[in-house]
Design a protein around this ligand. Structure first.
Ligand code: SF4
Length: 233
């Protein structure tokens, strides 16, 4: 358990780094995080692509890459996780919810994701990540400002008040074109669904293909009035 004083110090460190590193490259941001936090730093990945994991592995070989297995993923997502584990110099850590899907169905009824997606995400994403990040002081995400209005102000380094951690978003300033260029240049693993009509990949029951020209995240929780799972709120 961190103390209030330690939290304040970490918060100030994060806010200062956010200002100092605003114009730094993704590699420089990750190098700062690795140097500052060492093994108390991890990367999280939804396995939509392995761009941040790849960037991090170049500055911090063997870095922990945390993946949240909700039990509702497409098999392509699990396959991407397995491929990342097999070919990249990273340590993949898979987190799972306390309840299996069957146990959740027994307690809350089937298809909770259709009736109360906020509760389903809280049980299968938010809580497991909170527990999984307990041993770290900083975590990295693949958030980008151009993904949605809710992400437009994402700092490259900021303070995650909910989890009391430093939150690093090394590709916050990247565009989709930047991501595509990096993937092409380095042959980075991507989820096969990205070339099958899915612009953003989440849990299977809550993700659909998008039409050409449609917003990339329009296929997430379509019709449910929800745009974020709560991990980044
Ligand atoms: Fe449940 Fe859907 Fe959230 Fe996955 S994205 S945890 S299935 S509500």
């Amino acid at each position: 358990m961190t103390t209030v004083q330690e939290d304040r110090g970490l918060r100030e460190l994060a806010e200062r780094a956010g200002r100092d590193l605003e114009d730094a490259s993704a590699t420089e941001v990750l190098a700062w995080a690795a140097e500052t936090f060492g093994k108390e730093f991890c990367v999280t990945s939804s396995m939509e692509d392995a761009v941040v994991a790849h960037l991090a592995s170049r500055v911090f070989p063997g870095v922990d890459v945390v993946f949240l297995d909700t039990g509702y993923h497409f098999e392509e997502t699990i396959g991407t996780r397995d491929a990342v584990e097999a070919v990249m110099d990273v340590n993949v850590i898979t987190l799972t919810p306390r309840q299996s899907v069957a146990e959740q169905d027994a307690e809350y009824g089937p298809r909770l994701h259709d009736r109360d997606p906020d509760l389903c995400c809280a049980l299968r994403k938010v809580k497991p990540l909170e527990e999984g990040l307990a041993g770290y002081r900083a975590w990295a995400t693949g958030l980008r400002r151009d993904e949605s209005p809710t992400r437009a102000n994402t700092p490259v380094v900021g303070w995650d008040e909910k989890r009391r951690k430093v939150k690093v978003s090394p590709i916050a300033r990247w565009t989709q074109d930047d991501v595509d260029a990096y993937v092409a240049e380095h042959g980075v693993l991507t989820n096969p669904l990205l070339t099958d009509g899915y612009a953003s990949v989440g849990c299977a029951p809550c993700t659909r293909r998008v039409a050409p020209g449609e917003d990339a995240r329009a296929g997430r929780w379509a019709g449910l009035g929800k745009t974020e799972c709560g991990l980044h709120g």
